[in-house]
Design a protein around this ligand. Structure first.
Ligand SMILES: Cc1cc2nc3c(=O)[nH]c(=O)nc-3n(C[C@H](O)[C@H](O)[C@H](O)COP(=O)(O)OP(=O)(O)OC[C@H]3O[C@@H](n4cnc5c(N)ncnc54)[C@H](O)[C@@H]3O)c2cc1C
Length: 85
């Protein structure tokens, strides 16, 4: 069964997640975790809560903003990803 799984994986172009406020007031994203979302839950949840509570990112997730796909300041994790995407 493990060798037959098929489906989509919510991976970003730079293989890093999005933990970010958006230009829409009250809309925040925590997504794009690929195959790492379970183990990242404690850390990402803490940073996401901080981002929502303060309407500003924590310094640890500032680089994981959604605008990086416009600015080009990508966080390239393809080499470090545990699995090929
Ligand atoms: C094959 C595979 C293996 C993985 N292995 C690991 C692993 O070993 N370790 C690890 O840490 N992570 C792993 N992950 C990653 C982990 O599963 C995800 O990162 C995590 O589940 C993402 O959680 P989430 O709550 O952000 O999104 P999801 O769990 O995708 O939850 C999103 C929810 O929103 C619902 N939804 C979607 N659209 C709508 C809508 N319009 N209205 C209402 N509801 C909607 C969906 O039905 C779903 O319930 C794996 C993922 C895959 C696919």
């Amino acid at each position: 069964m493990l060798r037959q799984w098929g489906g989509i994986v919510d991976i970003c172009p730079d293989a890093s997640p999005i933990i970010s406020k958006t230009h829409i007031k009250g809309l925040y994203f925590n997504c794009g975790w690929g195959t790492g979302g379970f183990k990242a839950t404690p850390g990402s949840g803490d940073l996401f809560a901080h981002t929502i509570a303060n309407d500003e990112p924590h310094k640890l997730n500032a680089d994981f903003n959604i605008n990086r796909f416009v600015s080009g300041d990508l966080v390239d994790e393809h080499g470090a990803a545990a699995v090929a995407h």
